[in-house]
Design a protein around this ligand. Sequence first.
Ligand SMILES: [Zn+2]
Length: 441
Amino acid sequence: MLRLGNIAGLCLLVMAAPMLHANVIQGVRTHEAPDYIRVVLDTSKASKYSIFELQNPHRIVIDVKGAKPSSSLSLNSTKELTHIKGLRGGRREDGYRIVVDAEVGFKPKAFTLTPIAPYGHRLVTDLYFPKKTAKPRFEQRPRPAPTTVTKGRDVMIAVDAGHGGEDPGALGPRKIQEKHVVLQIAQRTVNEIKKQKGFDAFLIRDGDYYLGHRKRTALARDKRADLFVSIHADAFKQASVSGASVYTLSDRGATSETAKWLAERENQSDMLGGVGNVSLDDKDPMLAQVLLDLSMNGNRSQSIQVGEAVLRNIGKVTKLHKKQVEQAAFLVLKSPDMPSILVETGFISNPGEAKKLAQASHQLKLSKAITSGITEFMRANPPPATWLAERREEIRYTIGRGDTISEIAVRYGVSSSALKKRNRLSSDRIRVGQTIYIPRG
Ligand SMILES: [Zn+2]
């Protein structure tokens, strides 16, 4: 039972002798993201802190109350950080002070994170670049609206490399980290897709920094991606498990034990990667859920179809873990706006497969296979107003689970009656796997 008297007494004791129970700063890490630099302090306890900025010259001061440095703490990073000259520290009467010497006026934003393996307590300070010095990597490229299009646009593919920054993802033998391997495969995949006429692609993260699940899909939406592909190379509790798999979102539980286990691991990313105050900056939560439920069904069958095409192609270059597309509740696939798939390129926990995943030649094979799957699907089901769609007289469409005549008609901007007439359908009845033709609108 808790008694107030005891708590008050404990607080007094802590305040009277702070150094006896000091918060030890054990280490510091930095990561550079497109719009901020992250400084992470590993601490032995939850930190009490204050942060302020100074000018002439620019500095950011992080005061950690009641803290002391561990004897091995080094603030000299060998990493080159944009507009940062260095970090230095000094003991103070009431704790420890870290000063970041900067070249520009960063805007700091700090928060603490509670322990999650392999990390203990963390104090995170994100130093946002001033507006004019921010690197314009994620600038929104306006796309013409369909009504004003004279020449069809490219099909746009968002390629997401899982994890990054504070979240290394799965760890393989000889210090192979999932976050590095998947970024390389993602980069190669973007290159391969861009080579295809009528296609364009971009990376969701293009460096070693973490992005929250919501941020990843928001970036894809900003660029009006037609498809979201998240690339991973995961670990399983048994090192013998190997092979590639493709996943789509499920809200009704996982299709297999591995799928469930992996989804749980992947969903921890936001905690490992250190997403501070997760806010629904895009939509009201109620509305977001409604949109999710409404548009999920149409995208779900498309996701499964594109997933099947990717799996079929990957199966030609590497062993498959499962021969069909699996489903699990992956948070990063929860985007109402576009079909989304997650490709596990192999198990980094399997020594043989980890070695292959790190090889350029194998990465290239995987990237080409992923590209073939995507382009096969898109050529058969081109999104409206794209060069691919306009090049064709009409679109061949394969009916997926949950598809209805009226919903397909709306999606392609034709009337239900025109759709039925073209396909000589006397009713709205269609079956999964059936091919229909969509006349030009
Ligand atoms: Zn992963």
